[in-house]
Every structure is written in C-alpha cells, then in structure tokens.
Design a protein around this ligand. Structure first.
Ligand code: ADP
Ligand code: MG
Length: 238
C-alpha cells in the first residue's frame, strides 16, 4: 500500500471508532499506524491503562481533552499516541512541514522523560523530527534545532523566550498543544507564561490537558486553553 492509501484507511477507521460504547482493552484494538504499533510493541506496551482507553480514542478523533488521573496511571502515552497519529494522518512530516505539536511540561526532568517515551515509540518508521527545548543550550543552537522540528517537548519559560524573540520561529503549522502535569505548571507559577504562549498559537488547534489533580487553577487554565473539552477522569476504585 502507498502511504496515502494507509492514511486513508486509518482515517476511515478513526471516523468509525465508537468512543461511547466501545470496550477497548488493547493498543491493537485501536486504529493506529504501523510505525506506532511497532513502537508500542517494542516498548512492551500491549494493555491500555484506564486513562489511555478513555482518552486515546477521543484524542484520535480530534477532541480537546481535560484529563485527570493520578501519577503513574499512564498519562504520557494517553497524549503521545494521539500526537503521533494525528500528525501522521495529516502527513505534516519533515523539515519543511513546520512545528505540528508542542508538548509543555513544568520541569526539564519531566520534559526529558516525555521525550524518552516519544523516542521509544516513535523512532522506528515515523519520519518526524522531535526535540527538546528546555534551556541548557544556547538560544541560537535551540533556534536552529527548532526550525527543523515537527514535535517539540518544552518547558514554559524557554519556549516563550523563543516565541517572543525568534523572528523566524513559525508556529502557523501547529495542530496540537499538550499541557502535561497542568496542576504542577500552575503550582510552579507558570500561568502567565502559558497564557502568553497560547496567545502566539493558532486558534484552530487540538489541545490536550492532563493533570494528576483537579484544582481550581487547572480549571482556570482549561477554560482558557480548551474548546468544548471532553472530560476524562479516572478515579481509584477501592
Ligand atoms: P503518569 O504520567 O500518569 O504519571 P506515566 O505515563 O509516566 O504515568 O506512566 C507510568 C508508568 O507506567 C511508566 O513506567 C510507563 O512506562 C508505564 N505504562 C504506561 N502505560 C502503560 C501500559 N499501557 N502498559 C504498561 N505499562 C505502562
Ligand atoms: Mg506524567
């Protein structure tokens, strides 16, 4: 099959996916591209966690999501799988395609963890260029790297610096924004930075917001960044 045929078949399968009644247990029950299937298998991911089973189908269909589930419940793949798949299906890949997805994390350590998972499941077969913008390199080095990225994992302060200072940084191709650990983003005082970042981004985008806890500050951020979100939360069952 040609890439176009594969994308077309996936598109149909995603459209047909029933997010209301479908009982999804395994990654292989989802309409995913071959490269992502391969990456998940290589990472020994086969069974969906609860938050993944609820959030990934909605994410694949393009919904905005407000997701809450405790630490360790598998939120990283709940947003990385839709990011990889939605960019793959829209074929915005390669050096000239521009930045398609921005994943914001409160700390450098967490950003590196997300990047490692992205690398693990995305490295084989996917042609995306992904990178980290978390400081620690010169602004100029980061600028050059950013110009080639399709997916960036970043911290709020540093990416805002690029948005406001780098004239050549084009954000027009951005389709997806992820705010991970939104409760910590707010607790660490990044509200103004995130507000300012959102001002730079295209209005017609998909936004996924994940948090370990649901707080007032998180719902404030959600109101500002999400459009008609699907609420997905996983409560512990005793
Ligand atoms: P959270 O962001 O909710 O705190 P993570 O995404 O960091 O959770 O995942 C926590 C741990 O669970 C990680 O070690 C990850 O590799 C593992 N994990 C995530 N999803 C799955 C899955 N579907 N099957 C098995 N292990 C998983
Ligand atoms: Mg996490």
């Amino acid at each position: 099959h040609t890439a176009e045929e594969n994308v077309h078949r996936l598109e149909e399968a995603v459209t047909a996916l029933d997010t209301k009644t479908a009982e999804l247990k395994l990654f292989k029950d989802l309409p995913l591209s071959e490269p992502t299937r391969f990456g998940l298998k290589a990472g020994h991911f086969s069974t969906l966690t609860d938050i993944q089973a609820k959030a990934i189908p909605l994410g694949l269909k393009g919904s905005d999501i407000l997701g809450a589930a405790k630490t360790g419940s598998g939120k990283t793949l709940a947003f990385l799988v839709p990011v990889l798949e939605n960019l793959y299906r829209s074929q915005c890949i390669g050096a000239d395609a521009g930045l398609g997805a921005m994943i914001i994390s409160p700390t450098r350590e967490l950003a590196i963890q997300i990047f490692d998972v992205l690398f693990k499941i995305g490295r084989k077969g996917h042609m995306f260029a992904a990178g980290l913008i978390i400081g620690g390199k010169s602004v100029q080095e980061e600028q050059q790297a950013l110009a080639r990225m399709n997916i960036v994992v970043c911290t709020p302060g540093r990416i805002l610096q690029h948005l406001s200072q780098t004239a050549s940084f084009s954000i027009d191709a951005l389709q997806m924004l992820v705010l991970d650990e939104a409760d910590r983003i707010m607790d660490m005082g990044f509200q103004r930075d995130v507000d300012a970042i959102i001002e730079y981004l295209p209005k017609s985008r998909q936004t996924l917001l994940f948090s370990a806890t649901q707080t007032k500050k998180v719902s404030d951020l959600a109101r500002l960044s999400l459009k008609d979100p699907e609420y997905v939360s996983v409560h512990e069952t005793a």
